[in-house]
Design a protein around this ligand. Structure first.
Ligand code: COI
Length: 351
């Protein structure tokens, strides 16, 4: 790996602003590695900045692209810590396979992530819920318009010192009963940009009606809850946590699976089952369902304040965040930020 002198200069000049937001302030360095002639080349660490591409680079036309979201945490002078980074590595290659992108080795992926975290260690905000948000991605760079898998790719890692994703605390969510995010046999379980692009219009329409996000239902019956695009879904029934099973239409969230494990370890009953939206709304009205939340690397746990339906009807919780959401969020963050020990190998210290 080559860390350029320009990258070292960029680090020494960088000043972390007081207010960072989420994904707005970019770390001064990035990792880059090219795939050509059937193999990945050498990793370089260079200053963060624009890159040169042909207008015919296939990513612009056929969206051959994948990404990951990870965080490095520092708190009370400890860290930086990565949370289950190999889960991200494995999911990255799962997404690569689905999008006909050549897989990358653990050495290149983790080498890039660890080096960026280590070089940016002084720029990781330490307030609870803040972190260095890390975005590894690969995109097709071959410069022609043939509809064929690209023969050239670029792997990059950029990072952003960030605060919480949803600063508002709790979310209002509009149930999307017409458009769908994913369908069986499609790309819904891969972390690829097209899934997110396809969800934007729904979010724009939700925002016009005063909601912060839309809730996606299954493509066949428009009845079963899938996810929130960028976040998985949980409902709370008293002391029971309920979440839909992951499938080829739902992203296999690392926060989701960690929360299932933590809940079970804490004696909370977890049911992984399909959730019928109409039954859920009835259960909220009857106060059988007492809380709901979305979760993800960026979102951590974001409580849902109320759901809205096309008719304009709202289904609200008495309290958001509720007790279960608060307890699980604290438990997860305490582990991620190194205040409490979690299951083996969940938290990796970077030197
Ligand atoms: C993440 O949680 O890391 C995501 O990828 C969600 C989003 C910011 C796209």
């Amino acid at each position: 790996m080559n860390i350029t002198q320009e990258a070292r200069d960029a680090i020494s000049k960088f000043k972390l602003p007081q207010e960072v937001g989420f994904g707005q302030v970019l770390a001064p360095v990035m990792a880059s590695c090219d795939y050509e002639n059937g193999k990945w080349g050498d990793l370089e660490i260079i200053p963060y900045g624009p890159i040169k591409l042909y207008p015919t680079a296939k990513v612009f036309h056929y969206a051959q692209e994948i990404f990951e979201g990870m965080k490095a945490y520092k708190a009370d002078g400890n860290g930086p810590f990565l949370f289950r980074p190999l889960e991200n590595f494995h999911r990255f290659n799962f997404s690569a396979k689905r999008m006909a992108i050549p897989e990358i080795s653990e050495e290149v992926f983790m080498g890039a992530v660890n080096t960026i975290v280590s070089l940016c260690s002084d720029f990781i905000p330490e307030e609870a819920g803040s972190s260095l948000y890390i975005r590894p991605f690969i995109f097709a760079t071959e410069e022609n318009l043939g509809i064929k898998p690209s023969q050239k790719f670029k792997f990059m890692v950029v990072a952003s010192p960030s605060g919480t994703y949803y600063s508002a605390g709790a979310m209002s969510v509009l149930i999307q009963r017409e458009m769908v995010r994913a369908f069986p046999g499609g790309t819904g379980a891969a972390k690829t940009g097209g899934n997110y692009a396809g969800s934007l219009l729904s979010n724009v329409e939700a925002a016009k009606k005063g909601y912060m996000n839309s809730l996606w239902l299954d493509a066949k019956e428009h009845t079963y809850i899938e996810e929130l695009s960028g976040m998985n879904f949980f409902a709370v029934y008293g002391n029971e946590l309920v979440t839909p099973p992951v499938s080829d239409t739902i992203l296999d969230g690392i926060t989701r699976k960690s929360l299932i494990d933590l809940a079970e370890l804490s004696g909370i009953k977890v049911s992984v089952r399909k959730i019928n939206i109409n039954e859920l709304l009835e259960d909220i009205e009857q106060k059988r369902c007492t809380e709901a939340f979305a979760c993800g690397t960026a979102a951590i746990i974001t409580p849902i304040e109320y759901f809205g339906d096309d008719s304009g009807q709202k289904y609200s919780f008495e309290k958001a965040p509720g007790e279960m959401s608060t307890q699980l969020r604290e438990m997860l963050l305490d582990i991620q930020e190194g205040r409490r020990s979690g299951p083996e190998n969940w938290v990796i210290k970077i030197d």
